[in-house]
Design a protein around this ligand. Structure first.
Ligand code: CAO
Length: 414
């Protein structure tokens, strides 16, 4: 079966996480992703957080499946010549270097357009145009400058970053969407274009509800926030602990075993539509009609008490028992699943969301498969390339003879 992006060639200059997330996704959809790496060194993540001596790290392998690797020194004269041929050969170029790195290499957007007017040139940077446009940015910096850290955590604690890589992988997803959109527009315009995604923008986009709350603050306290009963609000959206981001109050409560198991918790939601069911489960049918409790408005100042009542009950059950009891009653809830539990979950293996891959140097390991499932474009996850594994193959595809390849190697260009 053909894959959706078969025939699309990507010149992949990405490194670390944000850019590689994007190009890995495009590779899973069938694009031919040619990853350019510095001779002898490669993507810095190949050797970061290594668990097996001398083998590519999981950090690298889990972000670079289904790609080809070419080593090329794009700063040498010969390297620039080869790089120019690759720009002619490919449809899309993706990079996430520090600001200005490609210009310093001698490949500005103006120049790239002259070499290949159909080229789509896609970049991730930390910031968009403005006072910080020249800054380098890593994941947690993006979470801090994009509004996530100031709104995550508990009211009485410091700002908190999330384990979810919303700055890196989140922005990589945006970039992939920008690229396929530009490819679609190229069908009618015949021209390539520039695609730019700032990590600050990507994080802020995911924090939309917190900008909503910032504006609601001007009209009174945020009644679903845990600080509401005490009425302590400043002039910016505060941290709201584990409160639900929507209009249906939620919280994380303890389950049986919480004293020793750090993940013996469940997220529960007091959805207005299931208040009756909650009262029945808790054995508090008296609260169904009690005007002090019966409506969502009446409950808002008492959410802490409501969750305490629920916790009294959940602490008598393990998190899966809670799921088994609440789900048939249509009460929304979710156990706090550990990475160990997720890694061992059979249904995630069956859907290809978690995949076991065999790597020539490191053997078998688990990775996250394509989270986007297309019925006509199945994703099969192949191991990441070894450094320079496809150099000869790709250079001969762009018309270089064996002698030319040997000469480029002797010069240290590849
Ligand atoms: N041949 C020759 N030179 C190469 C090369 C190649 N194949 N590949 C890279 N280089 C050079 C670059 O041109 C650059 O040289 P100059 O500094 O002389 O211009 C140099 O290698 C290093 O690139 P860099 O500055 O991007 O790398 P860094 O490790 O110093 O910074 C990072 C890393 C991520 C902070 C920075 O790239 C960045 O801010 N990127 C944009 C935001 C981003 O994507 N961040 C997410 C990273 S994942 O957490």
């Amino acid at each position: 079966m053909n894959k959706a992006l078969e025939g699309v060639r990507i010149l992949d200059m990405t490194h670390v996480q944000s850019g590689p997330t994007c190009t890995q996704l495009l590779a899973w959809f069938g694009a031919d992703v040619i990853k350019i790496e510095r001779p002898g060194v490669g993507d810095a993540t190949r050797s970061q957080l290594r668990d097996i001596p001398d083998a590519d790290s999981l950090y690298f392998t889990m972000l670079n499946h289904n790609k080809r690797s070419v080593t090329l020194n794009t700063k040498s004269e010969k390297g620039k010549e080869v790089f120019t041929k690759l720009i002619e050969y490919c449809d899309v170029m993706v990079e996430n270097f520090a600001p200005g790195a490609l210009d310093r290499m001698g490949f500005s957007w103006d120049k790239i357009q002259v070499i290949n007017p159909r080229m789509i040139y896609a970049s991730v940077k930390g910031f968009g145009p403005g006072p910080y446009q020249d800054c380098k940015v890593y994941e947690n910096v993006a979470q801090c400058v994009g509004g996530a850290a100031s709104t995550t955590g508990f009211d009485d604690g410091p700002p908190l970053v999330s384990a979810a890589q919303i700055g890196d992988s989140g922005t990589g997803l945006n970039l992939a969407l920008g690229i396929v959109t530009a490819l679609y527009q190229r069908e009618s315009s015949g021209r390539g274009q520039r695609v730019e995604c700032a990590m600050q923008d990507g994080v802020l986009n995911l924090c939309r509800v917190k900008l909503r709350d910032q504006q609601r603050l001007a009209h009174g306290p945020l009644k679903e926030y845990p600080q509401y009963p005490n009425g302590k609000f400043g002039d910016a959206t505060p941290r709201s602990g584990n409160a639900s981001g929507g209009g249906q109050p939620g919280w994380i409560v303890k389950c049986k075993g919480w004293e020793t198991d750090p993940d013996a918790y469940v997220y529960v939601i007091i959805q207005a539509a299931v208040w009756n069911q909650w009262c029945q489960v808790l054995g508090r049918e008296d609260l169904i009609e009690d005007p002090e409790w019966a409506t969502p408005e009446a409950r808002l100042p008492k959410l802490e008490q409501a969750f305490a009542l629920i916790e009294e009950w959940t602490m008598t059950k393990d998190k899966f028992e809670v799921m088994d009891i609440l789900n048939p009653l249509n009460i929304p809830c979710g156990p706090i699943l550990s990475m160990k539990e997720l890694a061992e979950e059979p249904s995630l293996r069956e859907t290809g969301t978690i995949v076991e891959v065999d790597h020539p140097e490191r053997g078998k390991y688990l990775t996250i498969g394509n989270p986007v499932k297309l019925s006509d474009s199945p994703s099969n996850v192949q191991h990441s390339p070894l450094l320079g594994e496809h150099t000869d193959e790709v250079l001969s595809e762009i018309g270089m003879s064996e002698d030319e390849i040997t000469a480029a190697k002797e010069e240290g260009a590849v």
